[in-house]
Design a protein around this ligand. Structure first.
Ligand SMILES: CC(=O)SCCNC(=O)CCNC(=O)[C@H](O)C(C)(C)COP(=O)(O)OP(=O)(O)OC[C@H]1O[C@@H](n2cnc3c(N)ncnc32)[C@H](O)[C@@H]1OP(=O)(O)O
Ligand SMILES: O=C([O-])CC(=O)C(=O)O
Length: 375
């Protein structure tokens, strides 16, 4: 039996129904439409999982091939969006670029009718990697990349190919595929709930997804993978990491990449990404980063019984694949757009505007004081 959750932050309260995902039902499990995350991460490609979430069932071979072709055909960015991305400064945060890019696309390709929702979701899924990498490569390397990439069918490989202007390394493509699956969906987390609240007002898909991006940006949610990397990067040995972590705990600092609002024992995504991180560390001949990460995991468990969430070993895994830290959370967006869009559709299918109540804590009755008479 999972331990009871209660307290602030609406913890433990049901805020609606979903057929998309279960989180921590048995303390640590995660399923998408009934399929265990371990099975999906091992056997599926990300497009198969996206189809499962957005269309309600696993695709057969023909459906998957058609779906991949459809997503590939949607990769090109409109010229006006490229021009807008070129105006965003190099030192902007990539999550702000994602937010603007998504919102700007909503101006150019507005969802005017909910009958367009599947196509709008597919278009966003196909273009979000291009939005971030077109801006990144233009602002950092001065190149205007081709975002169509017809020789790379998978979204995972497409991301890496646009980043490195090279054919993706097969191992890296495999890890990226697993990572996108792990990040695709997670029930009523903060960003998905944001998207659902927006959807409940009958707003458009781009607004819902833009809101989701804003909520994911924070370090208590998706931004933790970036924050975890910034934390572990300076630590050159496990002993140095242990000493620094103990200091943080003594100072009552939050350690990014640890703990979870729902899981009480472990985050099932951690075992999977940790294994990939280990494999990548061997591939690149890493001398310390994986060992530092493992020591952090041991110390946090020993000291606080806090476990790594999905974000912690993503940091080292992405680093081993040569991905800049600032792109970590945008990758989360490229994956989670599937979950967000599926939740928007589910909310629309059985909608009532989401409007909870609040416990008032202000003054009972206040006396009006004229402007000139105020102290
Ligand atoms: C993909 C994702 O979004 S996963 C989450 C990513 N976020 C992070 O990694 C940020 C770091 N973690 C955290 O801030 C929290 O664990 C959250 C936001 C994920 C969950 O928050 P909560 O549900 O409030 O955590 P929970 O109720 O389990 O906290 C219990 C206690 O452990 C402490 N704690 C929880 N996580 C951490 C942490 N990472 N570092 C230090 N202490 C922590 C809390 O401060 C709390 O202490 P208190 O009782 O003295 O106040
Ligand atoms: O569920 C949560 O609160 C956060 C999380 O792990 C996710 O969104 O993947």
């Amino acid at each position: 039996m999972a331990k009871e959750l209660s307290g602030a932050g609406l913890r433990g309260q049901s805020a609606g129904e979903t057929a998309l995902c279960t989180v921590g039902k048995t303390g640590s499990g995660l399923t998408y439409r009934g399929y265990d995350i371990e099975v999906l991460a091992e056997k599926a490609c990300f497009e198969e999982v996206a189809y499962l979430l957005l269309h309600g069932k696993l695709p057969n071979r023909t459906e998957l091939s058609q779906y991949r072709n459809k997503l590939m055909s949607l990769r090109e960015l409109p010229q006006a969006l490229k021009a807008a991305l070129e105006l965003i400064p190099k030192d902007a945060h990539p999550m702000d670029v994602m937010r603007t890019g998504c919102s700007f696309l909503g101006n150019l390709e507005t969802e005017t009718d909910f009958s367009q929702q599947q196509d709008t979701a597919d278009r966003l899924l196909a273009t979000l990697p291009a939005i971030i990498l077109y801006w990144y490569r233009f602002s950092h390397d001065g190149v205007r990349i081709d975002t169509s990439n017809p020789s790379v069918p998978s979204l995972a490989g497409h991301f890496l190919a646009m980043l490195h202007s090279d054919t993706p390394n097969p191992l890296h493509e495999q890890v990226m595929n697993a990572s996108l699956i792990l990040y695709a969906e997670h029930e009523f987390n903060a960003s998905t709930f944001t998207a659902r609240v927006c959807a409940s007002t009958l707003s458009d898909m781009h607004s819902c997804i833009t809101g989701g991006i804003g909520s994911l940006r924070g370090p208590l949610h998706g931004g933790a993978n970036e924050a975890a990397m910034d934390m572990i990067e300076p630590w050159k040995t496990p002993d140095e990491a242990e000493a620094a972590l103990l200091d943080k705990l003594a100072n009552k600092e939050k350690v990014m990449g640890f703990g979870h609002a729902i899981y009480r024992e472990r985050d099932p995504r951690n075992d999977i990404i940790k294994q990939w991180s280990k494999r990548l560390s061997e591939e690149v001949g890493d001398t310390h980063l994986y060992a530092v990460s493992e020591r952090c995991e041991a110390v946090m468990w020993r000291e606080k019984k806090l476990f790594c969430n999905a974000d912690f070993f993503h940091a080292s895994a992405y680093r081993f694949m040569g991905i800049p830290t600032l792109l970590f959370t945008p990758i989360f967006v490229c994956a989670r757009v599937t979950g967000w869009a599926a939740h928007v559709m589910e909310q629309r299918a059985n909608n009532r505007i989401i409007r909870p109540s609040a416990d008032y804590t202000g003054p009972e009755k206040a006396q009006w004081v004229e402007l000139d008479d105020r102290p």
